[in-house]
Design a protein around this ligand. Structure first.
Ligand SMILES: Cc1ncc(COP(=O)(O)O)c(C=O)c1O
Length: 497
């Protein structure tokens, strides 16, 4: 062991603390990192705290504090006054300082399910670097956040935070805040003809968390699940995360093709559907198909996951009752979300499950997320009870109907013969059909270059074979931007064709 104690500068250790960082902490970190990286070898004698203080021009308290912490954590040996040496540690080669990137990136050692999940395509949107200021027109699946009463929501949350601090700080029941479960049961019954008790309602972190929970509780690794094709990638990802196989089943103008599903995956244990407003095609599942789907689930001992993500928005006629309301044999797991009706970052959705699944789903939620944050659940309950929720939905329904009509009108004027846009009777987006043979992915990229955010229909398909088309969200785009957005899209598509 060397008797000679080098100056720290001689081994390349100098101080350069960031503003606000105590010098003693900085010194501690520099020496610790130097030990972990091998720059200071095990057994090396360090300068005394006094000599080091003089060398660095800092107080002795600073160096003593740093040395003591390093000694307490096992990096240094010795006592103050009796010499300080680097501890005789076996340092693995990769134990480099945490803030430095590893020299060689190894592929992560994931489970088979993890690797499959990491491969699911989920970044559907394109980078938007086009001309113009403000957010680009036509993002899909986004509500009008510019019209959300954020100040009012803030007051409701603040009032709750002030008044019920005690009870909302405790762990909650995994199924959710009881008054919210009651409010959801009443709302789903009234607005969606869902038949349930509050006990069947489970508050989850958005529809996505509900889909993942349902997939994990109802599917074993290797099982088949019917997946609408084209369909929602969030559901596909949830099925893959459970280790199961999403089997693409075609969708036509009556919704999911049940006969095709039976032929393609006769032993499927789950069918994922969006019967009120199919995502992304927008069709409504016909009554014969609904009855056939329920009958299949009953005889196959399978479950139907009904994703009712945006059913509040129907502009023509009455909203269609849920599939769950037709189910007499406890085969439907109903999924709802406040993402589209309020705002997506709220991360509150709900599952309404058959009686016999209630305990299993509560346990699943307990071990997945414990529960959804209580303050937001309680604030949402107040927002509903005070009538703000119903008022907001009414206002948004009128606004989205106007924006949808403006989009269709502008498209008919500017995009005649290039993009055939069908009127939006429901939901937050419309579909524009491109001429057969056109590459919708290339068209969407071209649109992005012109500052317009549209999604290619093919990005939602698990298997190709559909007409090319573009999804245009109308809800989050104010009318003046709809007109300029359509003009830009026309420029992009005519340049592309
Ligand atoms: C089909 C479908 N389901 C559910 C959701 C909502 O998911 P979440 O509640 O997780 O925001 C979306 C949002 O885009 C969707 O398109």
């Amino acid at each position: 062991m060397s008797r000679q104690s080098p100056s720290l500068a001689a081994v390349g250790i100098t101080l350069d603390p960031a503003p606000g960082i105590a010098v003693s902490r900085h010194l501690y970190e520099r020496i610790r990192d130097a030990i972990l990286s091998g720059q200071l070898r095990p057994g090396l004698r360090l300068p005394s705290s006094r000599a080091l203080a003089a060398e660095l021009g800092v107080s002795r308290t600073t160096t003593v504090t740093a040395y003591e912490r390093l000694r307490d954590e096992g990096y240094l040996d010795g006592r103050v006054g009796a010499g300080t040496t680097v501890a005789l540690l076996q340092i693995p080669p990769a134990a480099a300082p945490v803030h430095q990137p590893p020299a060689v990136r190894r592929p992560p050692r994931l489970s088979a399910q993890g690797a499959a999940l990491a491969g699911v395509r989920w970044r559907i949107r394109h980078a938007m670097d086009g001309p113009g200021s403000g957010p680009p027109a036509f993002p899909v699946g986004r509500p009008a956040l510019d019209a959300f009463p954020a100040e009012l929501w803030g007051k409701v949350v603040a009032r709750r935070a002030r008044r019920s601090a005690g009870s909302l700080l405790r762990y909650q029941h995994p199924a959710g805040y009881r008054p919210l479960r009651e409010a959801i049961a009443a709302y789903a019954g009234m607005a969606r003809a869902v038949r349930c008790t509050p006990e069947q309602v489970l508050v989850v972190g958005g529809a996505q968390a509900g889909l993942s929970l349902a997939a994990r509780l109802l599917l074993d690794p290797g099982d088949d699940a019917w997946m609408e094709n084209p369909g929602y990638y969030g559901a596909r990802g949830a099925i893959i995360a459970a280790g199961a196989t999403p089997v693409p089943v075609p969708v036509d103008e009556d919704g999911l093709d049940i006969a095709a599903g039976k032929a393609l995956a006769p032993r499927a244990r789950v069918a994922y559907v969006t019967p009120s407003h199919q995502f992304p095609l927008g069709v409504t599942m016909s009554l014969p198909r609904r009855l056939a789907l329920l009958e299949w689930a009953r005889t196959a001992d399978a479950y139907v996951v009904e994703d009712d993500y945006d059913s509040e928005y129907r502009y023509v006629g009455d909203p269609l009752p849920s599939l769950q309301g037709l189910d007499g044999s406890g085969r439907v797991v109903y999924v709802g979300s406040f993402s589209k009706v309020l705002f997506p970052a709220l991360r509150i959705g709900y599952l309404i499950v058959p009686d016999e699944l209630v305990d299993a789903f509560a346990a699943g939620q307990r071990f997945a997320a414990a529960h959804v944050p209580a303050l937001e659940q309680a604030a949402l309950t107040d927002f509903i009870a005070d009538g703000h929720f119903a008022r907001h939905v009414r206002r948004m329904r009128a606004l989205y109907a106007e924006r949808g009509a403006a989009l269709v009108q502008a498209a008919r004027r500017e995009l005649d013969g290039v993009l055939s846009v069908t009127p939006a009777h429901a939901g937050l987006h419309v579909i524009g059909w491109l001429p057969d043979g056109m590459d919708d992915g290339a068209a969407a990229l071209r649109a992005a270059e012109h500052g317009v955010d549209v999604q290619p229909l093919s990005a939602h398909a698990q298997e190709p074979g559909r007409r090319p088309g573009l999804l245009l969200g109308h809800a989050a785009t104010p009318e003046p931007d709809i007109v300029t957005g359509i003009q830009r899209l026309a420029a992009a598509l005519t340049a592309a064709s």
